[in-house]
Design a protein around this ligand. Structure first.
Ligand code: LMR
Length: 343
């Protein structure tokens, strides 16, 4: 083999190294379009950003995450279809929005006052119950990756909501959940399903009188501008399932998938860590705005609301399934027992 004369060698090797490095990095990154309906400065919005940062860092640029918050790409209903079609690769919809997909079991999370505390909630999410629910998504060509938290929901309207009777005849916006429909009916209100991105306008124009949401959504969607009263009732829970398209996920190189799983795990710890803080800060901002009167429901009245709402559990024993329901009750009882044991 004829050697290259001394002078050109370093130049040749330099050009060769450029070629190698450019081919090594020229493979287009795998793109993950992550679409969601909330604002970036919310627990879910910040977690999506965190996932992007970690995923791109851990995969050394082999993956690029494009974030589409605020329903930029798709609204509530369309985003599930877009995921199944592969138009987007990742979503984190509310657990209240899996009914239209045909997986109503997730509506167990919507049952009023079903989670007495976060310990119970996280144990349900991360334990057998959470895994079994994710397994049901397989038939929809969807893979469940993690459960994210946005805390408990509060009620709002343009009149004070202190007693159950105050809901009588009100039109209340809900997410697409049969349990939430029954919850509002149990309070004497009429439920209306409206896409999240349309709630502000619907409240402003009086299409609906009120709604329910964690304060981080209430504040970042500027609902405090169009709602004069907010009752801190913690009557229901809002959580998310981070999901991906099965074909996309199974088609990833094994090492890339492992790095993404690591990024998702760390992001989930971060997300749950900021969830309460974000909601507390949002409540402080609502108070500071001075446009909405904030009322914290006293325990004695909370018990009255609970009494009015608990029949909804019975109503859904068949649809959600007695096993699932009692499995959640048992987790709550176990947590209580452990807490009592520590006293
Ligand atoms: C809602 O529609 O009220 C929420 O699910 C929005 C969200 O994703 O937090």
């Amino acid at each position: 083999m004829k050697l290259i004369p001394g002078f050109f060698a370093p130049v040749f090797f330099f050009i060769a190294s450029l070629a190698i490095s450019s081919t090594a990095f020229s493979a287009d990154p795998i793109v993950i379009k992550f679409s969601h309906v909330v604002a970036p400065n919310t627990p879910k919005g910040k977690a999506a950003q965190k996932f992007k940062d970690l995923a791109e860092q851990y995969t050394k640029g082999r993956v690029k995450v494009e974030l589409y918050p605020n329903s930029q790409l798709y609204k509530d209903r369309e985003e599930m279809e877009a995921l199944q079609l592969g138009a987007v690769q990742m979503l984190a919809p509310s657990l209240s929005k899996f009914g239209p997909l045909g997986v109503r079991d997730f509506e167990a999370f919507d049952l009023p006052y079903i989670f007495p505390n976060k310990e119970t909630l996280y144990r349900v999410m991360d334990g057998d119950i959470g895994k079994k629910l994710f397994a049901k998504l397989g038939a929809k060509d969807i893979v469940g990756l993690a459960y994210w938290d946005n805390g408990f929901k509060q009620m709002s309207a343009n009149k004070p909501l202190r007693n159950v009777e105050d809901f009588k005849g009100l039109k209340m916006r809900i997410q697409s959940s049969k349990v939430l429909e029954a919850q509002m009916r149990a309070l004497g209100a009429s439920p209306q399903v409206i896409a999240f991105s349309e709630v502000y306008t619907a409240l402003q124009q009086g299409v609906v009188d009120g709604t329910e949401n964690p304060v981080s959504n209430f504040y970042t969607q500027k609902m405090h501008e169009v709602q004069k009263h907010l009752t801190i009732s913690d009557h229901g829970y809002l959580g998310y399932a981070v999901i991906t398209n099965k074909k996309f996920w199974d088609g990833l190189p094994q090492d890339v998938r492992a790095e993404l799983e690591k990024a998702m795990q760390e992001t989930t710890v971060y997300e749950r860590d900021i969830a309460q803080k974000e909601n507390d800060e949002a409540l402080a901002k609502v108070r500071a705005a001075g446009t909405t009167e904030v009322y914290v429901l006293p325990l004695k009245d909370r018990l009255v609301w609970q009494k009015a709402l608990l029949p909804v559990h019975k109503e859904f024993e068949q649809t959600i399934g007695k096993d699932l329901l009692y499995a959640i009750y048992n987790v709550a009882a176990q947590v209580e027992k452990e807490k009592a044991g520590k006293k």
